[in-house]
Write a protein that binds this ligand. Structure first.
Ligand code: COA
Length: 387
């Protein structure tokens, strides 16, 4: 049975403070770019999966699947269009649902799009909305925000493993350097480690330059079955594996606050299914909504022992290093529009693996690992893409 799944097109909007574009404008812009890039027609599309985290809360707009189909001009075709929600991992979760729908033989061609429009609410208002991804009764009710939770984790991690603040800042420095070469990134300024460490405090020990920004943006991809690819002579990138795992929502319930168990489990499953080794990975995109998570993710994805990621952040993770991390600029500098993030990672990896990443191109890129995480790590989705 031919049941491999391929990415045959990808497109995204710029990420940033996009006040002149609405939620629906962003979704349609990214979707049309992906469809055009794939060279397909609306009659080819079997289904649409729309990823979104907080439109009901921020924009007072639910029913995102129907909205996207309507404003893409696809409602008249009767194409199923459903929303997938898994907080900040909504994007990769939607990719996984679409992948499974093709794997099962139900569909041949699926468009997956993710969108978030977050900058319409400013200051503490948006922080309150973003904090709804935490456990409301046990965390957010007591004033915790995502930054505060990341700061608690960072403090204990730095203490237990003797990690200096500089190691966290280096993750952001790498993101900003890569984003300076990415026209779709929110922040394209290069950052020195001194600037990162001297930026204004947010939640001690984290500063502004340890935090992903508040972002608007959308990203979309077109997934196709092996049959469709062969019949229509399409080129694409194969999804070698897709895996998801969960941990407790509340950080206080976890076995260890600096172990991302969902990430560990998802990575193990993804490598097993893909049949490749960690050494085979050419580059990674990881969910570094706060710099501390970048280090934890390197460890829990299996690339460093616990407490030892500090040894990788100075050289190895650079674009020309042994293990390039976040060639897109990551969440810190490319941006963090919740529902779009996981799909934006695929858009960027697709460009790399098709050798179309311009000045960010990684030489001989063959296998990519993509990691998208919900909030403080309640859910993690890992995809491995390759030949
Ligand atoms: N990185 C780099 N620059 C940032 C930034 C960030 N994270 N956040 C804001 N800026 C810039 C703005 O573009 C603005 O620049 P300008 O003066 O040139 O226009 C300036 O800093 C002030 O922006 P403002 O929006 O007033 O900042 P703020 O103090 O309200 O917000 C943070 C800063 C760090 C608190 C905010 O980015 C934040 O809350 N980040 C975390 C998001 C989050 O919790 N995500 C959840 C992931 S699970």
């Amino acid at each position: 049975m031919l049941n491999n799944v391929y990415i045959i097109g990808a497109g995204e909007t710029k990420f940033g403070e996009l006040w002149d574009k609405s939620l629906r404008n962003l979704a349609v812009e990214a979707g049309l770019k992906a469809i055009e890039n794939a060279g397909i027609y609306s009659r080819d599309i079997d289904a649409i999966y729309g990823a979104n985290g907080l439109a009901g809360t921020i924009n007072e707009q639910e029913n995102i699947g129907a909205l996207i189909a309507d404003f893409s001009g696809l409602s008249m075709e009767g194409i199923p269009a459903l929303r997938v929600e898994a907080s900040t991992a909504s994007g990769a979760a939607a990719v996984r649902e679409a992948y499974l729908s093709i794997k099962s033989g139900e569909y041949d061609l699926v468009v997956v799009g993710g969108v978030e429009k977050m900058t319409d609410i400013h200051g503490s208002g948006i922080l309150e909305k973003m904090s709804s991804i935490l456990d409301r009764e046990w965390e957010a009710f007591f004033g915790a925000t995502p930054a505060a939770m990341a700061a608690l984790i960072a403090r204990k991690y730095m203490n237990d493993f003797n990690v200096e603040k500089e190691a966290l800042s280096m993750f952001s420095v790498n993101d900003h350097l890569n984003a300076s070469k990415n026209p779709d990134a929110q922040y394209r300024n290069k950052l020195t480690v001194e600037q990162a460490m001297d930026s204004i405090p947010v939640a001690d020990p984290l500063n502004m330059m340890d935090c992903s920004p508040v972002s608007d943006g959308a990203a979309a991809i077109v997934l196709a079955s092996e049959n469709f690819v062969k019949k229509n002579k399409k080129e694409g990138v194969k999804i070698l594996s897709s895996a998801v795992a969960e941990d407790y929502l509340s950080v206080g319930s976890r076995e260890s606050i600096y172990t991302l168990k969902s990430t560990r489990l998802a990575a193990e499953k993804a490598f097993k299914k893909a049949g490749i080794k960690r050494d085979d990975i050419s580059f990674m995109e990881v969910h570094d909504s706060f710099s501390i998570y970048g280090l934890l993710e390197l460890e829990d994805l299996g690339f460093a022992e616990k407490g030892k990621a500090k040894n990788l952040v100075y050289d190895d993770i650079k674009l020309n290093g042994r293990l390039p991390v976040n060639p897109s600029g990551g969440l810190k500098a490319k941006g963090d529009p919740y529902g779009a993030v996981g799909i934006g990672q695929v858009v960027d990896a697709y460009k790399q693996l098709m050798e179309k990443a311009g000045e960010r191109q990684i030489k001989d890129a063959r296998y990519a690992l993509l990691h998208n995480m919900a909030g403080t790590g309640a859910s993690s989705v890992v995809h491995i893409l390759g030949e």
